[in-house]
Design a protein around this ligand. Structure first.
Ligand SMILES: NC(=O)C1=CN([C@@H]2O[C@H](COP(=O)(O)OP(=O)(O)OC[C@H]3O[C@@H](n4cnc5c(N)ncnc54)[C@H](OP(=O)(O)O)[C@@H]3O)[C@@H](O)[C@H]2O)C=CC1
Ligand SMILES: CC(C)=CCC[C@@H](C)[C@H]1CC=C2C3=C(CC[C@@]21C)[C@@]1(C)CC[C@H](O)C(C)(C)[C@@H]1CC3
Length: 611
């Protein structure tokens, strides 16, 4: 390797992809064509790195000792600056003496364990200062965490990180471990550069696969709704002739759907609820999101109450259900076209890693732009949470009204009540934890194209309601035993789902949180650990398991006469098994051998006993 900076066999510091953490690595080879070094980490992980992601050991060590001496020379009695992301945190900080003491202790502890590492790079222009982070890795490594620059490689790796975790310690408060003046003098890592995105790993069977899916999905949902509304809902009784056009289209219905979207959009823009920052983007910036879904749900409930008081008949939705679906489908199509066209003007920074293959159909389906916004209105975040999820609850309630009307009941049937209550609980839970959606793959990684638009605006409200729709014309008596069994099943599912999600979220935010600090973990080379006990030590995706148990409890009230009400369960298992595989691929890429170790310790994916 005559022209390279590093030679085979050199021990150098290599950046861990997806982070700004540097580890000791050995250079194994250099590829002249790709200009990539193959390096091996101490845990045996081999990776290819760019020259800019490698730095020499001597520069690193000089940096370490320089900043160590800086650290030592700081007067121990001098109060250190602490930085808080939100004013709320600042006030909490100043009001709590005990927390301050605890924080100081923690800070001291961290200072002993951590190594501030100045890294010299050619382009050290980023003015953001560095922060040290807890090093709990198997490899001893010097770490440098720069708030913004991490996102570049994270996004490329398709990973999702909770960067705040690295700054939040103790009671979720932010501790800045270096003084600002000091940190500013430290050499900085390279700022993210806008590299051209090109999606090469095509999902869903590539261009051909998504082409068929784009037609198949809307048709399959239409078929499901037709069957679900028929007296005989068996697959064999599917009508062979196409439904008449007027049974599929109604201008008034289209107007109602538009009004619904507008109403929800207005609610989402109300200046109530907190403003939170999303995950850092590739360009280092973060977007702000208004978290007011729970208020919007309450206001929607009030609006529906007022409408019912004005004698609006909600069973209209049941009568015109197919027309509501086709109206939603038209909006999905128009919105997807708009999203695709506007993405042509989006900068490289704004593109999603998964939807930029260069193939029009594929990119239209997957979504090119990551966070399409009109001023402060985030179209993806809005569609993911609002019209579809609220619509689901409203449609369920309309079906409950329709059931009473159709079957001349004074009260809704227990089956209908259970379906309504179970699903309402799930939706309320979603809005209560709305902020957590910001760290999910759908927001951080996936582009917003036909797939998510269809999923959010058509699939969720029209297929997730399929049990309630079915019950209107297929009554099912439930014994007290069944009612208790179903309530227990939903409760168990919900407990697993919520506990697993909250545990992971709390752990990612602050591993020393007393609620999760007792959990056993496997350290990984990135500095983040994997929980290996409790629910996360039982199966690798306990939250999916909980969701599936709930899905079963939502379908069983419809009885065993037909397969149709089990559609949600079948969809959920398929989606979560696919999502699990996708997630595991990304985790293996991100955590390397530590992930394999986790898989060995916890061999079951979603279902206990099933590998
Ligand atoms: N009803 C529906 O239609 C759907 C519901 N859902 C629900 O949404 C919820 C969120 O799902 P989703 O975002 O897909 O996945 P998860 O919330 O399970 O997130 C997966 C991530 O968790 C982290 N992780 C994995 N294992 C561990 C571990 N042992 N310890 C600590 N962290 C770990 C990894 O990220 P990292 O290490 O980078 O933090 C991994 O990438 C689930 O409850 C799911 O059931 C999802 C899809 C559809
Ligand atoms: C067939 C097709 C095109 C499916 C698209 C799937 C999407 C509809 C779902 C993928 C993951 C979702 C999640 C929620 C809604 C449905 C979609 C978007 C979710 C936001 C609902 C509220 C929950 O509390 C949740 C946050 C756990 C959940 C996350 C995943």
């Amino acid at each position: 390797m005559p022209t390279t900076r590093f030679q085979i066999g050199d021990t150098v510091m290599g950046r861990w992809p997806g982070s700004n953490l540097y580890y000791e690595v050995k250079v194994l080879s250099y590829d002249n064509k790709t200009r990539l070094y193959t390096v091996i980490y101490k845990d045996g992980t081999e990776l290819e790195l760019k020259e800019s992601d490698i730095t020499s050991l001597t520069i690193f060590k000089q940096g370490v000792s320089r900043s160590r001496s800086r650290s030592r020379s700081r007067s121990p009695g001098r109060p250190r600056r602490s930085r808080s992301r939100s004013p709320a945190r600042t006030s909490r900080q100043s009001s709590s003496r005990t927390t301050d003491v605890r924080k100081e202790k923690l800070k001291e502890a961290l200072e002993v364990r951590l190594t501030p590492v100045p890294v010299t790079h050619e382009n050290n222009s980023n003015s953001k200062h560095e922060k040290k982070e807890e090093n709990n890795t198997a490899n001893t490594a010097s770490t440098i965490t720069e708030e913004k620059t991490e996102t570049e490689s994270e996004n490329q790796a398709g990973g999702r990180y909770n960067l705040r975790r690295r700054k939040d310690q103790g009671d979720g408060k932010t501790i800045e471990l270096e003084q600002k003046t000091e940190a500013e003098t430290l050499p900085q890592t390279k700022p993210p550069t806008a590299s051209a995105i090109k999606t090469t790993d095509l999902e869903f069977g590539g261009r051909v696969g998504v082409f068929f899916l784009m037609f198949l999905l809307p048709v399959a949902v239409l078929a499901l709704l037709i069957l679900c509304g028929q007296k005989d809902a068996s697959l064999q009784s599917f009508p062979l002739e196409l439904p008449a056009l007027q049974s599929l289209w109604d201008c008034q219905v289209f107007g109602i759907v538009l009004l619904w979207l507008l109403f929800q959009a207005v609610l989402s823009l109300l200046p109530v609820g907190k403003l939170v920052e999303g995950m850092p983007l590739k360009n280092g910036k973060t977007l702000k999101y208004r978290i007011n879904g729970f208020y919007a749900l309450l206001l929607t409930a009030v609006a529906v109450g007022v409408a019912m008081y004005q004698e609006v008949d909600l069973s209209y939705i049941h009568v015109h259900f197919l027309q509501f679906y086709t109206s939603a489908l038209l909006i999905v199509t128009l919105l997807s076209i708009y999203l695709f066209i506007r993405s042509c003007w989006a900068s490289e920074d704004e593109l999603a890693p998964g939807g930029n293959s260069g193939y029009i159909i594929y990119d239209f389906f997957m979504g090119r732009e990551l966070n399409p916004r009109i001023k402060n209105f985030d179209i993806k975040f809005f569609c993911e949470m609002r019209p579809g999820l609220m619509g689901w609850v409203l449609i369920n309630f309309a079906m409950l009204q329709a059931e009473m009307k159709h079957q001349n009941l004074e009260n809704p049937s227990p089956a209908m009540l259970l379906v309504n209550i179970f699903q309402l609980l799930w939706v309320v839970d979603g809005f209560w934890h709305e902020e957590k959606l910001l760290t999910m793959m759908d927001i951080v990684y996936d582009g917003f194209g036909f797939m998510l638009t269809f999923g959010d605006l058509a699939f969720v409200p029209f297929t997730f309601t399929c049990q309630a729709y079915y019950l209107v014309s297929h009554p099912n008596e439930l014994s007290a035993f069944w009612i208790i069994t179903l309530i227990t099943m939903n409760g168990v599912g919900y407990y697993i789902f919520r506990k697993a999600n909250s545990q992971k979220f709390a752990f990612r935010k602050n591993p020393s949180d007393p609620a999760v600090s007792h959990l056993k973990t496997i350290p990984t080379a990135t500095g983040e650990s994997l929980i290996v006990s409790g629910l996360w030590g039982w199966v690798r995706h306990p939250n999916y398991l909980g969701d599936i148990i709930m899905g079963l409890a939502w379908s069983l009230p419809c009885g065993f006469n037909h397969l149709i009400p089990y559609f949600y369960l079948i969809y959920l298992i398929t989606l979560l098994v696919h999502r699990n595989a996708r997630d595991e691929r990304q985790c293996r890429k991100k955590y390397g051998s530590a992930w394999d170790e986790y898989c060995k310790a916890v061999p079951y994916r979603i279902f206990p006993g099933i590998y």
